[in-house]
Design a protein around this ligand. Sequence first.
Ligand SMILES: Nc1nc2c(ncn2[C@@H]2O[C@H](COP(=O)(O)OP(=O)(O)OP(=O)(O)O)[C@@H](O)[C@H]2O)c(=O)[nH]1
Ligand SMILES: [Mg+2]
Ligand SMILES: [Zn+2]
Length: 363
Amino acid sequence: MHQNVIALKTNFTFEQLGWNNHFSQYFTPLQAQGFEAGRIAIENRNNYVVLSTYGELKGEISGKLQYTAQSEAEFPKVGDWVVMQVFDQQAIIHEVLPRQTKFTRRAAGKANEEQVVATNIDALLIVQSVDQNYSLRRLERYLVMAYEGNIEPVIVLSKVDLADDLPQKLQEVSTVAPEVPLLTVSNQTTDGYKALENWLPPQKTIAVVGSSGVGKSTIINHLLGESKQETQAIRSKDAKGRHTTTRREMHITSTGNILIDTPGMRELQLWENQDGLSQTFADIEALAEQCHFKDCKHITEIKCAVLKAIEEGTLTEARYQSYLKLQRETAYLEASTDFIREKNERFKRIQKAYRQQMKHHKK
Ligand SMILES: Nc1nc2c(ncn2[C@@H]2O[C@H](COP(=O)(O)OP(=O)(O)OP(=O)(O)O)[C@@H](O)[C@H]2O)c(=O)[nH]1
Ligand SMILES: [Mg+2]
Ligand SMILES: [Zn+2]
């Protein structure tokens, strides 16, 4: 099924694209049936850019996948490995291989919809610039999301040329996330670039996230080096004349790192919470075990270890409030009884519309 294939750009090996046993276990039987595999680099409105052993392909989803998908989250996302047929330079995507990890948030403005930002990520580079963007509370939120998605977090403080109190910020961050690797970079002085390059594991997928304007694309462009002109995303200029990333996009560096650039996210609502919260706030959960009452709510109870820690200054009130806030956010979601029903109904509507459209086409 792959005669007449003309490679557009570099032909990638599976390994270069981040393949591992997890995927081959699902793909082997499908390969025997003649299917190909590729990895989603860009999701456009109506099609995809897929990287493969044939190079870069234009991908479209099959009618069957369109029809059987139960929710928006089941469609291919940047980072996904997909099962496909290749004709000329086109790929028909039949299936998404089970995701190893995913970075997910609640869709902006929609209480009950999961938005998958990117998938199959090994490490999440959480970028915060040391100017007004710096926020320990937002950092905690990102950490919960990383742990929730089973992704190893790494914190990058960017624009450190602008900081006059960097040691204090480093101290604060390491209190909030003692176990998480912490890097600093400046594009102005190139401080930290070497350490960042040394840290990057080859053939692992690294997604770069953080607010708009913190320097995510600047970091990625630096890592892409010479090849950046070729691979740079098409970007639009915002009101301040700044290039702002408008879509998620996967890049492969010449040294074999797989990087996903993402647009800055304004809303960062948690989608689910199994144990991301416990991992992020391990200090608070450990304290809670010392409370006198098993079901202590740490509000007015006597012999409460959490309240005691706040009083003694070993835990900040702000961090504790952050913990409560994130807890409430997910509790609300779980309590929402309409949640599943609404989700299903919405997709029945979409499927119905699609079927009608198909009927129309056949006429
Ligand atoms: N002073 C200073 N400015 C920087 C640094 N890194 C990036 N900038 C500037 O910050 C602005 C935003 O950088 P981008 O890399 O586009 O930011 P981004 O995080 O990709 O933003 P979005 O795509 O909107 O999410 C640009 O004008 C950069 O030149 C740095 O280390 N120091
Ligand atoms: Mg950007
Ligand atoms: Zn307590």
